[in-house]
Write a protein that binds this ligand. Sequence first.
Ligand SMILES: Nc1ncnc2c1ncn2[C@@H]1O[C@H](COP(=O)(O)OP(=O)(O)O)[C@@H](O)[C@H]1O
Ligand SMILES: [Mg+2]
Length: 250
Amino acid sequence: MGAVPVIETEELTKVYGDQTAVDRLSLTVAAGEIFGFLGPNGAGKTTTLLMLLGLTEPTGGRVRVLGLDPARDPIQVKSRVGYLQENMGFYSDLNARQMLAFVAELNGIAGGPAAARIDAALAAVGLADAAGKKIAAFSRGMRQRLGIAELLIKEARVAFLDEPTLGLDPDGTLRIMELIQGLARDRGMTIVLSSHQLNQVEKICHRVGIMIKGRMVAQGPMEQLAREKFGLGSEQFTLEEIYMKYFLEA
Ligand SMILES: Nc1ncnc2c1ncn2[C@@H]1O[C@H](COP(=O)(O)OP(=O)(O)O)[C@@H](O)[C@H]1O
Ligand SMILES: [Mg+2]
């Protein structure tokens, strides 16, 4: 993990009508870091990720991803940044291999190198045996793993994962979390992960941020947040306990 900020926002704000979805957010994520983005439903997590991706324009403030402004350089940002959407669609008639070939093509990778990269990605996420199966018949967990294979195909430097374990069983959740951990550890990918699976987040995230009603009320390593809320010698508190304390006091 380096000290180079890969993601930086200052006073980043998004207003919808009379509602402030993201309120003056200042966030820094370093290279190779897994940042756990926590908060109740409606807190503004997805809206933040959309602004980081250049998919929605900020109302105010500043945002940089890999030194680029996503609103000004959307194509450059999208070529380096992967995104696993909340409620991944995949209403596709394609099979897994065809889908990854499509992703490779979109990213300018063709021929032999594409085929090799697709095989490697399918194997890495445990979908080698399902390569010829239609995505429409995939389970939720398989779809999420295919989404991770897409990140591998495009060799994303940064990945935004919006509730990738939503609706998964404990085994599926663990598998996804281990894959995510591997993306950072083995490939140096920088990851922002939103999730309600606090016991898993606690295991794989280097730092967490807690967003409530559009405001980031805490940001840092878990030990720091525990100290802020519970005082010295508070290492025994779980992330769930820390989160609930911030939540109830917000
Ligand atoms: N396109 C939109 N138009 C109007 N309001 C929106 C839109 N997207 C999100 N919001 C509102 O912004 C707030 C934050 O939503 P969201 O970013 O989806 O939260 P989270 O991902 O943390 O659940 C919510 O109150 C939501 O209703
Ligand atoms: Mg959301």
